[in-house]
Design a protein around this ligand. Structure first.
Ligand code: FDA
Length: 308
């Protein structure tokens, strides 16, 4: 019931100003965000590596309409990749990039700017043995993001993308992206979407997730199972086994701060368990989507404000 208003608030400048102004918010945010600086992200990567977990780091930011800010995001990724390399943590690492943070919404040729900026991040990742995955934002950006993915894969075939099971188109997108070399991170979807394009009922979203998993696991690509849902994880494991897959040809992914014990358990079994680690100051939209996913998180947030 609270999902829709929280997702609407995630896009409201007024709500953002209000929530960011409460000093106690930051300590609650820290449950989901590794910190503001590159050093914080590197520290989180080191801690996760200590018990066998891999990382994908997201330099937080989205929806920019400022070319200088988009260029700043590219520099932040370059700095992050170089810091990971200095600490011996870059090989096998991944960075997650929102195209709207690197220019997709700029007036004029936003898509061209986002492509060029994403190319620079891919070059920096390749130089240190890391990979890049394109996050998926709301449905108005799906075609543009998949077009940019196609362009990038011409030069960097290892670039991956997120697909969202709540979108009715996604099963078909999975078919198109299940070929050799393709890396698809399958998630349920975190934005407010209209019923013309997206399943609204949780059971329908789960069924779609399973249909998409079937396509990806039977395909020739590298499926990345991004979910905290124990049922989806169990089904993914079974489908992987049914398709003769081994731990090295697919992986599991969860968000920083969510179900860490389950993360450690999967890693201890020798499976690739990658944690999505957000860092930076632009945490507002990301944080609000986490609150919208789970009423208990909202209660935790409100309790945190009251008890401080
Ligand atoms: P579901 O929401 O059904 O939750 C299942 C269980 O997981 C819950 O009962 C609870 O135990 C736990 N859980 C889930 N969310 C929680 C939370 N916020 N706090 C605490 N516990 C929680 N979305 C998108 O639209 N575009 C994207 O690019 C990405 N990228 C992405 C990367 C990775 C690595 C992950 C794991 C997820 C994303 N997402 C995303 C978010 C995704 O779409 C989805 O909103 C969340 O993962 C929650 O869905 P679950 O599959 O976990 O199941």
């Amino acid at each position: 019931m609270l999902r829709a208003p929280l997702l609407a608030a995630a896009r409201s400048k007024r709500m953002r100003a209000l929530i960011e102004a409460v000093p106690a918010t930051r300590s609650v945010v820290r449950r989901f965000v590794s910190g503001s600086t590159t050093a914080d992200a590197v520290r989180a990567a080191r801690e996760l590596a200590a018990d066998g977990r891999s990382i994908t780091i997201d330099h937080l930011g989205e929806d920019t309409t400022d070319a200088t800010q988009a260029a700043g995001t590219v520099r932040a990724y370059e700095e992050l990749l170089s810091a990971l390399a200095d600490q011996g943590l870059a090989a096998g690492a991944d960075v997650s990039v929102k195209l709207s943070a690197v220019g997709q919404f700029l007036p004029g040729d936003g898509e061209g700017v986002a492509l060029e900026n994403a190319r620079k991040i891919c070059a920096a990742a390749e130089a240190v043995g890391a990979t890049v995955t394109l996050d998926m934002e709301d449905h108005t950006t799906t075609d543009s993001t998949l077009q940019i993915l196609r362009e990038l894969r011409g030069e960097y075939p290892w670039v991956g993308a997120v697909l969202q099971a709540y979108l009715k188109r996604t099963e078909q997108d999975c078919r198109e992206l299940s070929g050799p070399g393709s890396r698809v991170r399958l998630c349920k979807g975190a934005y407010a979407e209209p019923e013309e394009v997206a399943f609204q009922d949780k059971a329908e979203v789960d069924k779609s997730y399973v249909r998409c998993l079937r396509v990806l696991m039977a395909g020739e690509g590298y499926p990345m199972v991004a979910s905290h849902d124990p049922r989806m994880i169990a089904i993914a494991r079974r489908l992987a086994a049914d398709n003769g897959r081994k731990p090295g040809d697919h992986e599991f992914q969860m968000l920083y701060g969510i179900r860490p014990e389950e993360q450690k358990k999967l890693a201890a079994e020798g499976r690739t368990m990658r944690v999505y680690v957000p860092c930076g100051d632009e945490w507002y939209g990301y944080f609000m989507r986490r609150l919208a996913e789970r009423p208990a998180n909202l209660a935790f947030f409100l309790r945190g404000l009251i008890t401080r």
